[in-house]
Write a protein that binds this ligand. Structure first.
Ligand SMILES: Cc1cc2nc3c(=O)[nH]c(=O)nc-3n(C[C@H](O)[C@H](O)[C@H](O)COP(=O)(O)OP(=O)(O)OC[C@H]3O[C@@H](n4cnc5c(N)ncnc54)[C@H](O)[C@@H]3O)c2cc1C
Length: 257
């Protein structure tokens, strides 16, 4: 296939990353995103300005672990640099190693702490700046079109959007954990391997605090920062616990006692 039509469903971190990667290798890509377009001019303000109804965890503090930072360092250093410029904190975890635990490759033991909209804004900016990417916001994929593949399995022909169709030879499903693509494939006669999932039974609650002038981030005691230290002098406190504890039910009810 000389120049396949590639459609990515979803412009979260996975969809944006794959679109960026393909475009920088000379491939044209169309990205469909159900949520409305977001302002890209001010990453540090993205937390206040972005609305992500399809991604409920979006307001939670996020930490990118060393492997993700390494991927950015190697393949999209401009995105990493822009995230840091926007206030993301590169947290060198080597300081936490005890005794002779250091190993070759430890240089990449650096986490990046950041509110998710800040990182997503920076990543999306890089993607929309790519001439080979067409990002359509507010456009939900509603189904896929398949045509019979002779003796083989059905082949992708397009993605249905708003009564229309976007022609595609390759569809990349990056629509997150509530993806409807497996159901669409199965109803088109494609048999899929069994998927297993399990409720982790953990919930967490977070609250951000703006640091006063001349006040530093709180002392860092956990693996991922002090309850999720974040960017731009906003510090987060997170409480993660089992969904079964009575405390959680009190929090859910909004108790402040
Ligand atoms: C509470 C919580 C905290 C987390 N903290 C961290 C963390 O600190 N660090 C970390 O690395 N990960 C964290 N994660 C995991 C992280 O959020 C997910 O791994 C990440 O969101 C997966 O990215 P994604 O792009 O695959 O999917 P998503 O982020 O879910 O993005 C999917 C995108 O697809 C779009 N979409 C869905 N359906 C359609 C459709 N039909 N048509 C068009 N668009 C569609 C959605 O609008 C969305 O933009 C956390 C998750 C949770 C729940």
């Amino acid at each position: 296939m000389a120049d396949p039509q590639i459609v990515v469903i979803g412009a979260g971190p996975a969809g944006l990353s794959v679109a960026l990667s393909l475009a920088r290798r000379g491939r044209s890509v169309t990205v469909l995103e159900r949520d409305p377009a977001q302002p890209l001019d001010d990453p540090a303000a993205a937390y206040d300005r972005w609305s992500r109804p399809s991604v409920p965890q979006s307001p939670q503090p996020h930490s990118l672990l060393g492997r993700t930072r390494r991927a950015l360092r190697l393949h999209a250093p401009d995105v990493l640099a822009r995230a840091v410029q926007a206030g993301a904190w590169e947290n060198d975890l080597r300081a936490r190693l005890v005794g002779d635990a250091s190993r070759p490759g430890d240089d990449d033991l650096v986490a990046v702490h950041c509110r998710r909209p800040v990182f997503e804004c920076v990543l999306r900016r890089a993607v929309v700046d790519e001439p080979l990417v067409r990002l359509l916001s507010g456009v939900a994929a509603e189904g896929i079109e398949l045509h019979a593949g002779g003796s083989g399995p059905p082949r992708i022909a397009g993605v249905r959007v708003g009564g229309d169709s976007v022609r595609s030879d390759i569809v990349i499903d990056a629509s997150g954990r509530r993806s409807r693509v497996p159901g669409w494939l199965e109803s088109g006669g494609v048999s899929l391997p069994e998927a297993q999932s399990q409720d982790c039974g953990v919930v967490y609650y977070s609250r951000y605090f703006r640091l006063r002038d001349r006040v530093d981030y709180p002392a860092w005691t956990g693996m991922l920062g002090p309850g999720g230290t974040t960017d731009s002098r906003a510090s987060a406190s997170s409480l993660a616990t089992t969904a079964r504890l009575p405390l959680c039910w009190e929090c859910r009810r909004g108790s402040r006692d």
